[in-house]
Design a protein around this ligand. Structure first.
Ligand SMILES: [Zn+2]
Length: 64
């Protein structure tokens, strides 16, 4: 089995792991019904609608 010749320094590992912080932000778009930010191709968490169809009942405490 191939084995690393040298121990990798803490700095090297940190440099590699720092790349995880560069992950792109999910693509939010405003909901066409209520304007709340939602993910594309996903049901809106604010009004419970997806493609003009009610998927789940929205929570009662919305917009007091
Ligand atoms: Zn909505």
């Amino acid at each position: 089995m191939a084995v690393p010749k040298r121990r990798q320094s803490k700095s090297r590992s940190a440099i590699r792991r720092a790349q995880v912080m560069k992950l792109p932000v999910p693509n939010y778009v405003p909901c066409p019904r209520c304007g709340e930010p939602k993910l594309t191709h996903r049901m809106c968490a604010g009004c419970g609608y997806y493609k003009d169809r009610l998927v789940i009942e929205p929570k009662e405490e919305e917009q007091a």
